[in-house]
Write a protein that binds this ligand. Structure first.
Ligand code: UT7
Length: 375
């Protein structure tokens, strides 16, 4: 009798213990971060972010200076420098040379720096509006040229926002766990689609490529947030009319110079100033940051005056802004990674960076990055 009474008590206690553990799991443990903030950090650190772990870049040797352009169109050195900030651009010359030839040295440099073989790349994305040809993609051609035998990839056309859009796409592949090594390239051979008799466009553009490697990070470094936008009604102001399914290339389209960039500069300028500044400010606000928290603004290099307006709006002084437009001009998808390439040595682990772009489409956006290594 005594034994059975104590047995009942033991059952009762066991039930109590089970119930306590059950309620702990249901109510307490999921809210542990409210009681112990450090616990939250531990959970967060398990989240995969996509960190930039290496940078490569390439600009062709041939320079096209403002003085050279004065011999080609009715312009002058001072007008170009004061209205755009550009002093010279690089041009890829040579028979059979195309955008993939800008990408190859950039990606190979990145692999060398990181100490990896191209065969380790899982995916390679090329942001470009000047692919070697419509298909196959420039990504396919680059993978073949560098021996990235295990990679898949594609081109992404978002004009001057091409690198940002590609970066966000690559980031998703890393964050989802689908890929371990994604290479994102921004590359354009703008000289292939520039009319060198049109002084309003030929002074701006140049050729170049930059590339970054994305890898998983478990400590919260890398691409933290992005706001990307498009507005197709902007097509009117900046486009290349012919060569697509709407106006397939013909003698007529070539005679009408529709295989070249068409830009209404002043209108694009107004949209760009507002778009790039607004989206950068929105990104800061969304992440509860101010200009003081930002180590570097990495802006698309279309016009020095657009860059200055964006920096002002973010409350950033000029020494926190990467600018190389004076040396390379506007390389479209190449501008942001080429800035990173030039500034890599100055970057420190933990720096907050904002990448910002505006371009044809219209396309625009801003990306917040916590830098993952000391340059
Ligand atoms: O990256 C993709 C997105 N693109 C952009 O963000 C580019 C945005 N636009 C711009 O950067 C500028 O609009 C340009 C650099 C393209 C042009 O500068 P602007 O200050 O907007 O010049 P404008 O078109 O208002 O022209 C002002 C004057 C005009 O002369 P008048 O009518 O005032 O006598 C132009 O004919 O400057 C003249 N002009 C030039 N003069 C010397 C235009 N181009 C040139 C030139 N050299 N190359």
């Amino acid at each position: 009798m005594l034994v059975s009474q104590s047995g009942k008590n033991a059952d009762y206690h066991a039930l109590q213990v089970y119930l306590i553990i059950y309620f702990l799991f249901i109510f307490f443990i999921p809210n542990l971060h409210n009681y112990f903030p450090g616990f939250n950090q531990n959970i967060m650190s398990q989240k995969i972010t996509a960190a930039i772990t290496a940078i490569g870049g390439y600009v062709p040797e041939d320079r096209l200076t403002n003085a050279d352009l004065m011999k080609m169109v009715d312009t002058n050195e001072e007008w170009i420098r004061t209205r755009t900030g550009i002093e010279e651009r690089r041009i890829l010359k040579g028979e059979g040379k195309a955008t993939s030839d800008l990408c190859v040295p950039a990606v190979l440099e990145l692999c060398k720096k990181r100490g990896i073989s191209p065969e380790e790349i899982d995916c390679l994305i090329v942001g470009t509006v000047t692919p070697d040809m419509f298909f196959p993609s420039t990504s396919n051609l680059v993978c073949d040229k560098i021996g990235a035998k295990n990679a898949w990839g594609f081109d992404l056309a978002a004009a001057c926002s091409g690198f940002l859009f590609s970066l966000t796409t690559g980031t998703s592949l890393i964050e989802s766990g689908r890929c371990k090594k994604v290479v994102v390239v921004g590359a354009d051979k703008m000289s292939a689609i520039v009319d060198y008799s049109d002084r309003t466009t030929c002074i701006i553009f140049g050729d170049g490529a930059g590339a970054v490697l994305l890898e998983p990070n478990y400590e919260g470094y890398g691409i933290l947030d992005s706001i990307l936008k498009t507005d197709g009604s902007g097509c009117h102001y900046l486009h290349m009319k012919a060569g697509g399914s709407l106006h397939p290339s013909s003698f007529e389209t070539v005679a009408a110079k529709q295989h070249y960039i068409y830009q209404e500069g002043q209108a694009v300028f107004k949209f760009a100033v507002k778009g790039m500044a607004d989206v950068s400010a929105e990104l800061l606000e969304k992440n509860h940051l101010t200009g003081e928290d930002i180590a570097w603004l990495v802006p698309h290099q279309a016009n020095k005056r657009i860059i200055d307006a964006t920096a002002n709006r973010m409350g950033l002084s000029g020494d926190k802004v990467m600018i190389n437009i004076n040396r390379y001009g506007n390389t479209t998808s190449g501008t942001i990674p080429l800035c990173l390439w030039d500034w890599e040595k100055k970057l420190k682990k933990g720096d907050n960076l904002v990448f910002a772009a505006f371009g044809g489409g219209f396309t625009w956006g801003a990306t917040l990055v916590k830098w993952a290594y000391n340059g």
